[in-house]
Design a protein around this ligand. Sequence first.
Ligand code: BTN
Length: 336
Amino acid sequence: MEKLLTLLRKDSGKMVSGSQLSQILGVSRTAVWKKVNQLRAKGYRIESTPSAGYCYVSAPDALLPEEIRNGLHTQSFGREIYYKERIDSTNRMAGDLAREGAPEGTLVVADAQTGGKGRLGRSWISPARYNLYFSIILRPHILPGDMPKITLMTAVSISEFLNEQTALPVRIKWPNDLWIGTKKVGGILVEMSSEMDRVSYVVLGIGVNVNMPVKEFPEALRDKATSLSLELGQPLCRVELIQGLLGGLENDYRNFCEEGFKPFQKRWADLSLTIGLPVRVRMPQREITGMALGIGEQGYLRIKMDDGTVEDAVCGDVAVMAEQIGNDAPQIIKEE
Ligand code: BTN
């Protein structure tokens, strides 16, 4: 079916005869007709007249593998694609595939998730038709302790791409939340399987609110979350976005594998919403407050505590605080 699509697309807007197609593909004209109908069922607009043949008009706005592959300039990211209209979680499926030996770069993408996973056991709102939910399998030669760096590298790559593509000021809230202004627009969930000194695979799960209208956000999230289209005032093509994100991510990941985290440290700092501000970090066991100084080479958030000592936060949630004038109590201005 993909070959037929390529042939039709090559002559987009022109009629291609059924017999020509059947000759090139080495199948009967009835088989061509059946395949055209299958494409139509997926949402492709293909016009036809019995005498002249078929004419490709347009593709559906769907994250179909054949659409993602068409015009994708990557070596391994998205070369193998698993697409699901609806799935519990692309991270769950990518983890299963990774355990079965799927190669690096394998992409799992879904139109909707019924059990989308967020960080710290939260869920990720994943309705159909609007957004991007995808996971990529990686097999980096790193130590398990280096994992936070992959998370930060991903946040840098995605924010930079979105900044360039949309001119929106997408920023990173440590460790890897993507924000525009005071609202979250995307998130990254990195999961891995490792032994003591070896990572066997990493699943990089990415969710970006692309065309989500306000009414689709649960009421409780409406003043905390946004989408690219809400900020831009116009919808974006999800296929083009995912192609660009995959291209940028593959480049940055290669760079990271060759040169480590160093080249990303400054890029992360330039995009950070957190550095130089008073913060409160909630970690699983405790909470600390102080001034965010930056990120260390391991990807930890370095915080200068009120008593002058410096601590590294390894994981958790960060809230940026602003001192209220004339009031000692800090006011939280950005928090999930
Ligand atoms: C966060 O809490 O900010 C992380 C959200 C990550 C959501 C994405 S959507 C695709 C992938 N599959 C999941 O179940 N989660 C991630």
